[in-house]
Design a protein around this ligand. Structure first.
Ligand SMILES: Cc1cc2nc3c(=O)[nH]c(=O)nc-3n(C[C@H](O)[C@H](O)[C@H](O)COP(=O)(O)OP(=O)(O)OC[C@H]3O[C@@H](n4cnc5c(N)ncnc54)[C@H](O)[C@@H]3O)c2cc1C
Length: 423
């Protein structure tokens, strides 16, 4: 059976029994394709609503981005409330943000209810990489306050920055107590255990090779097939292997994380005194946090060529040392990468094909929204699609250029933005 990518998370994963491979014919009310946060949440919510559910995972539970990410729980969507209000008006923005923000309580609720040991900690600090970015953050908080009376976030003035993060790079920021961080693979495994307990049948090592979304939905693997009333496509960056048109909506961008050797408690506390997850406002952002063992888990840099760096630790180290010069030469114990599925406008993409639902394109902001998406999919199955449709009606466009040109065009665009970070 395929193993998880070697990472801090794989090395510290909670025990989870391997699930069988699909062999032969099965049927259920719902077939979910993909065992990341989206698919697991959809399966769990559907089972709790009384449906019989089969989940097919091509590798292992949490094998994709859900088991490799930075673990940053950042409220809202990749677009802030100010951008959403400017584009869609106050009413639609208010609905979108309040539903998106409900994901914070939903994830915390799941962790508490199922007793998922995933090192959950509270607080997210969004650090301003340029003085002008702090002005944007002030505007964002004003809009959040106006639309929702949002009370959990506050501006951190430049002079207070060091109480949140001991880096010379930043000009204040904002701290949101509703954010946080966790061990993502253990959250995925905990959701999977909750799904099993709710009666979901999970098959690993069972990649779906073709799907028919007409009634009944049919999902085929090399060794078996499942028929169902409803399908759920939750494959994020691999969506294109089952549906080329959906594949053109996202671009896979490789992103790398490292975990340092454990730091002494004093050194760790001096680095991020707030204990919060931190991400910064650079276009190619740095994001980091302290793990339960006081390791710095750091993501930085993006790689637009399909070939991984020969040495992922060496690739990330300069970004880490730019943020924390005091960690120059720190020992790195783990380095790993994953694919972020980004959409052209950085809004997620929800929708239906025949009797199947899909949600993908989290654009690096999926740790919370995916659990919410699973619940909205399960609600839509039951005929309550208002919230699902609010997201399904967000504008989307495929990447231009067709299969051969779209990647080079995207790379050119991204390099331009990365250059802007240095100006
Ligand atoms: C390095 C990295 C860092 C990130 N950091 C953060 C962060 O700090 N905060 C944040 O909010 N977001 C972050 N993200 C994004 C976040 O991890 C994702 O948005 C989220 O995990 C997507 O979940 P998903 O379930 O939709 O997809 P995935 O977790 O990718 O799950 C899809 C699953 O589908 C399976 N699959 C695919 N095709 C098939 C098939 N044909 N048949 C069967 N199974 C199939 C895959 O094996 C995979 O397990 C990061 C992503 C990466 C890669």
């Amino acid at each position: 059976m395929q193993r998880h990518a070697p990472s801090l998370y794989a090395a510290t994963a909670n025990p989870f029994p391997g699930q069988p491979q699909l062999r032969g014919e099965e049927s259920a009310d719902v077939v979910v394709v993909g065992g990341g946060f989206t698919g697991l949440s959809a399966a769990l919510h559907a089972a709790e609503a009384g449906y019989s559910v089969i989940l097919l995972e091509g590798a292992r539970i949490g094998w994709g981005a859900s088991g490799r990410n930075g673990g940053q729980l950042i409220p809202g969507m990749r677009w802030g409330a100010a951008d959403l209000a400017a584009k869609f008006g106050d009413d639609r923005a208010r609905q979108l943000v309040s539903i998106a923000n409900s994901a914070c309580d939903m994830v915390r609720g799941r962790i508490a209810r199922h007793g998922i040991a995933c090192d959950l900690r509270a607080g997210h600090f969004y650090a301003a990489a340029k003085p002008g970015h702090l002005d944007d953050m002030r505007r964002e908080l004003e809009v959040l306050e106006r639309l929702l009376g949002y009370a959990s976030a506050r501006i951190v003035e430049p002079g207070e920055t060091q109480a949140y993060v001991a880096s010379p790079l930043y000009h204040g920021g904002y701290f949101d107590a509703a954010g946080g961080h966790f061990h993502p693979l253990n959250y995925a495994l905990g959701l999977a255990q909750a799904a099993l307990d709710a009666g979901v049948r999970i098959f690993e090592d069972s990649a779906v090779t073709a799907m028919d979304h007409a009634a009944p939905v049919l999902a085929m693997t090399a060794e078996g097939r499942v028929t169902a009333r409803h399908g759920v496509l939750a494959c994020d960056t691999l969506m294109g292997t089952l549906d080329p048109a959906l594949g053109r909506i996202t671009m896979p961008v490789a992103n790398y994380n490292v975990a340092t050797a454990p730091l002494s408690p004093d050194r760790a506390a001096a680095l991020i005194p707030s204990g919060a997850a931190v991400s910064d406002s650079k276009f190619v952002l740095n994001y980091y946090r302290l793990s339960a063992e006081n390791r710095l888990v750091f993501g930085g840099g993006e790689k637009y060529s399909p070939r991984p760096p020969a040495d992922a630790a060496a690739f990330v180290r300069p970004y880490l040392e730019q943020v924390f010069p005091q960690l120059a030469g720190v020992k790195i114990d783990y380095a790993w990468g994953g694919l972020v599925g980004v959409t052209l406008n950085r809004l997620p993409h929800f929708g239906r094909i025949g009797n199947s639902f899909f949600a993908h394109g989290w654009s690096g902001h999926g740790a919370l929204l995916t659990t919410l998406a699973g619940s909205l999919i399960a609600e839509a199955m039951q005929g309550h699609a208002e919230k699902f449709d609010l997201f399904a009606n967000l504008p989307t466009r495929p990447f231009p250029g067709g299969p051969l040109l779209r990647h080079p065009l995207y790379v050119l665009g991204m390099l331009w933005y990365a250059l802007r970070d240095r100006l």
